[in-house]
Design a protein around this ligand. Structure first.
Ligand code: UDP
Ligand code: MG
Length: 311
């Protein structure tokens, strides 16, 4: 018996793509003999996306739909889809078909081999305009540095085993960043590469502004490195202060006239340094509070053995 694959498709204003996605994804999986369900999550679309999903569900028994009350964003849509999924494994794929559905069979085969997390990695980023490409590139550089996970080619195109899905769905944190969390959970991980396709219809839902907002949200969700800047600046200004004080002292001893400016400058550096350092320390504690408040599980158990447990 082959395991059931749940495919989650977040959709925001994608009326033109629903039918095509059902056809493309459904037939690919059908031909490969993979039992599947397609879960469309309408992320509060303002066009006829939801009625298209309802129509698809009424003619295709494998199609299910989830409808949001308003636009909650792709992250929320993915998590909602995963929480509705009943499959032994779940895949997430853009419903604009920029992620090639044929890759799902390859990912599924890897899952059958025993991998728990199969990441789709972009081998090219497809066509993006200058500013957008620049913003996306800077974002991935920043987030890779902040999270310690190489995100340059990461995408939301993934296939996850039930145990990874259960962990993600149960995560209590609200600002979840699916792309990085799927690698944060661990388990047996592998990846497949794919070429980003051109969009067939509709347009990208990301403006440069929303991309920047997304970047800031996700960097702060994964790291409190930005807060350490203040401490570093405080330490730097104290160091400069000390150095200057030493130099002035030596000059004073040597009989030079150091003047009132030196004293004032030193005082300013000292006060500034102490304040910034203190802010950094407070920031450090806020960082701890922030880490705690996310309520991420402290560990994730991949499997157990030697114990009676019901499956
Ligand atoms: N999407 C969503 N909610 C949003 C924005 C986008 O569910 O608020 C979906 C969208 O329908 C698509 C996928 O996320 O299936 C990727 O969006 P898009 O193609 O606009 O992003 P890009 O491919 O340009 O990164
Ligand atoms: Mg797209």
């Amino acid at each position: 018996m082959k395991g059931l694959l749940s495919v989650v498709l977040p959709a925001f204003n994608e009326e033109a793509m629903i039918e095509r996605a059902v056809l493309a994804v459904g037939s690919t999986l059908q031909n490969a003999g993979i039992p599947h369900e397609l879960i469309f999550v309408d992320d509060g679309s303002r066009d006829r996306t939801w009625s298209r999903i309802e129509a698809a569900a009424s003619v295709t028994p494998t199609v299910r739909g989830v409808h949001f009350s308003r636009n909650f964003g792709k992250e929320a849509a993915i998590l909602a889809g995963l929480s509705q999924a009943s499959g032994d494994c779940c895949a997430v794929i853009d419903c604009d078909l920029q992620h090639p559905p044929e890759k799902l069979t390859e990912m599924y085969a890897l899952w059958e081999e025993g991998y728990d997390v199969i990441e789709g990695e972009k081998s090219s980023r497809g066509k993006e305009s200058g500013l957008h490409a620049f913003a996306a590139h800077s974002f991935y550089k920043l987030i890779s540095a902040a999270t310690g996970i190489d995100m340059a080619n990461a995408s939301d195109f993934k296939l996850l085993d039930r145990k990874a899905v259960d962990v993600l769905v149960r995560m209590p944190e609200r600002g979840a960043f699916f792309r990085a969390l799927s690698s944060w959970v661990g388990f047996r991980t592998t990846s497949v590469t794919f070429d980003v396709r051109e969009r067939e219809a509709g347009e990208s839902k990301w403006s440069t502004k929303s991309l920047i907002k997304y970047a800031l949200n996700n960097i702060t969700a994964f790291s409190n490195a930005p807060m350490q800047f203040v401490t570093a600046a405080g330490v730097l200004s104290l160091a400069v202060c000390l150095l200057w004080a030493l130099v002035s002292l030596i000059r004073l001893i040597a009989g030079a006239d150091v003047g009132i400016g030196t004293g004032l400058g030193l005082l300013m550096l000292l006060i500034g340094g102490v304040i910034m350092f203190a802010l950094g320390v407070i920031g450090f504690y806020i960082g701890r509070i922030y880490d705690e408040i996310k309520r991420r599980p402290r560990f994730i158990i991949a499997a157990v053995c030697g114990m009676e447990h019901e499956e």
